[in-house]
Design a protein around this ligand. Structure first.
Ligand code: FAD
Ligand code: SF4
Length: 599
């Protein structure tokens, strides 16, 4: 069962339809097929294989030296072959309610979705992160705890390959032995940041990213991943041996043809296809969930993007993993019995509690890092270290004016120079040119350090989406209209980030550039950090949530969600590891229910 065409897909009846092939869809398709479940995956984007990755091309041979353009937002060689901040023919609307602010929506239309070029930062939520409302009275608790998710974090870390270390810090969980890979060594600027954050009273520790710093443990991990399932163990042991460790040289954002980093296309889909249980139909834009008279989902209606035809595929169970807000859109566009509010929305909460990550950034120039001897600091093509949130005690003591926290991602070092690497040096050089400009470029190359805060947003009533009453995409599917408002909680947190970054830069003897920002200017636009989740939150009460703790819709027994849409909170930890762990948990539940003939 491999890649199939639309006609074949519509003629078969599957156990499960999975919509979307990114982190959530890839993971749940893997989990289900490893247990022998017959899955049809429908993906709106085109087929993609990481052998297409432009790994070794350097900026100097690309048009515009590889710079970003409106259709290649992350540069010419970025792995996003189709998609971006705008997808041609697939608009979305930004609302104009009083107080609405800008919202940006990144979509990848390709097999594997955004996992082909994400940052690969993979942090576990901590114990506090599952019960935020119980701790400070704000937001919504998860109906599950860290203990429920922990075994699935273990499994995802072992399968995907995450480097990191156990530091035993508050709300920053350790992983059991055998889960994490050795972290890469810090680069020079990492060590400087670590020294100065320690002076300021907070830690800098090994980063956690989905990059193989060494070979996976293919002898021991398969039995832990699939206890009692010898077939699955053999498949994954074989696949793990086919993945090569990182060779520290090429940008992960371009994709990794040697399969050293995590992409759904290189990690989840190959073994799932090896089971013989997975059919994949690409260029299939799902418009709605179709229903039986019995009240169960019968399948989905999709548009074949190659022909423009509207078609239907059928299965015993439907899983939506189209990325949080696309999943919400599909549900809002599904109208059983002509209902206007969408499917599984008797709570009225569908489209509510949209969240992104609070983002704020600041950089500085550090004289101590000038004129370093030439050396290669590409490393794992992303953070080797980071600063986890450290302010729990200050918060408890009432010393901070915002709830929850943020972690700090930072970068520096001498990496492959791009077209703009040496732009804007005038404030340092006074405007040199000729031989002096070259000398200055060498002097300042690698002397900049950049800090980005990634903080928790509290869900609020004013950040929501709905179907626009008039606008449709080029496939005739109604589009989303977003309303986005940050509260003071988030803007104060962003201001705190700015001050912290300036403190670190100044402690290192550096100069902040550009200027430290305040208030609404300190915070990034909603959606711009690309960590959007929520819109169909899980809970224990069908009156206040869309899905139960198994991410099964309260109203349709055989309809599940497996992306970030059910998340009731967005911890400061980047969401993708939790999306995968949760998708595995939901997949196990579906298998269990199928075995009991309940689905
Ligand atoms: C530049 C960048 C950096 C990032 N860095 C990090 C990071 O370091 N750490 C982290 O945790 N997260 C990061 N993220 C976010 C991360 O990529 C997402 O959280 C993750 O990919 C979400 O997985 P998903 O399966 O929900 O959605 P996606 O990966 O977006 O996959 C959804 C898939 O569904 C398909 N689809 C959508 N609508 C339909 C439809 N109607 N019918 C059929 N198919 C459909 C899409 O084409 C897509 O392939 C980053 C994202 C970007 C863009
Ligand atoms: S840095 Fe390593 S993991 Fe990333 S693309 Fe290069 S080889 Fe692959």
């Amino acid at each position: 069962m491999p890649f199939i065409d639309a006609k074949t897909a519509t003629h078969k009846h599957y156990d499960v339809i999975v919509v979307g092939s990114g982190a959530g869809g890839g993971q749940i398709a893997y989990t289900l097929t490893m247990e022998g479940v017959r899955v049809l995956m429908l993906e709106a984007g085109r087929k993609y294989n990481a052998t297409e990755a432009a790994m070794f091309q350097t900026p100097d041979v690309a048009p515009l030296r590889g710079e970003s353009t409106p259709d290649k937002n992350f540069g010419f060689y970025d792995a996003t072959v189709d998609g971006g901040w705008q997808v041609p023919g697939e608009p979305y609307i930004v609302g104009t309610d009083p107080g609405d602010t800008n919202f940006s929506w990144w979509r990848s239309r390709m097999l594997g979705g955004r996992t082909n070029h994400w940052g690969r930062i993979s942090l576990r939520n901590g114990i506090y992160d599952f019960k935020p409302h119980s701790r400070d009275g704000l937001g919504i608790d998860w109906p599950i705890s860290y203990e429920d998710m922990a075994p699935y974090y273990d499994k995802v870390e072992m399968l995907v390959g995450i480097y990191g270390a156990n530091d035993g810090l508050e709300n920053t969980p350790n992983s059991p032995e055998g889960c994490l890979l050795t972290p890469p060594k810090p680069i020079v600027s990492d060590l400087l940041v670590q020294k100065h954050t320690a002076r300021l009273g907070f830690p800098t520790i090994a980063g956690h990213r989905a990059v193989l710093t060494e070979a996976l443990d293919w002898k021991r991990s398969p039995a832990k991943l699939h206890p009692g399932n010898v077939t699955a163990q053999k498949i994954i042991a074989r696949d793990m041996q086919r993945r090569a460790p990182c060779f520290w040289a090429t940008p992960c954002g371009n994709g990794c043809a040697i399969r050293a980093n995590y992409q759904s296309t290189t990690v989840h889909l190959p073994p799932a296809l090896d089971t013989g249980k997975l059919d994949i139909l690409t260029d299939a834009m799902v418009a709605e969930v179709r229903m039986h008279k019995s009240g169960l989902a019968s399948g989905v209606r999709f548009v074949d993007r190659k022909t423009g035809k509207s078609m239907e595929a059928h299965a015993r169970t439907v899983v939506l993993a189209a990325s949080a807000f696309e999943t919400v859109r599909i549900l809002l566009n599904s109208h059983p019995n002509g209902s206007r509010e969408g499917l599984a929305n008797s709570s009225g909460k569908l489209g509510r509690y949209l969240m992104d990550t609070v983002g704020s950034a600041l950089g500085g120039q550090i004289p101590l890092l000038e004129n370093l001897p030439p050396h290669n600091e590409e490393g794992a093509s992303g953070g080797h270290m980071y600063v986890p949130w450290w302010g729990y005690k200050d918060q408890a003591a009432g010393k901070l004016d915002f709830p929850r926290g943020y972690h700090i991602e930072f970068g520096g070092g001498r990496r492959m120079p791009g077209f703009d690497s040496m732009e804007g040096l005038e404030w340092l050089t006074g405007g040199s040119y000729g031989a002096k400009l070259k000398e200055d470029a060498r002097r300042y190359y690698g002397s900049f350090v950049y800090f980005s805060g990634r903080g928790e947003m509290i869900p609020n009533e004013k950040s929501y989406c709905e179907i626009d009453p008039t606008v449709k995409d080029k496939w005739g599917i109604p589009v989303l209209r977003f309303h986005w408002q940050w509260s003071d909680h988030e803007t104060r947190q962003a201001e705190h980030m700015q001050k912290t970054f300036a403190d670190i830069i100044e402690s290192m003897g550096g100069r902040v550039r550009p200027r430290q920002r305040a208030g609404g200017n300190a915070i990034s636009d909603g959606g711009s950090i690309i960590h959007e989740i929520g819109g169909a939150v899980m809970g224990d009460d069908p009156h206040t949530s869309v899905v139960n703790k198994w991410c099964q819709t309260w109203e349709v027994n055989n309809l599940f969600l497996a992306d970030g849409a059910p998340f009731p909170s967005n911890a400061d930890k980047n969401p993708t590891l939790t999306i995968m762990a949760n998708a595995w948990r939901v997949g196990d539940h579906i298998v269990d229910r199928m075995r009991k003939k309940e689905l």
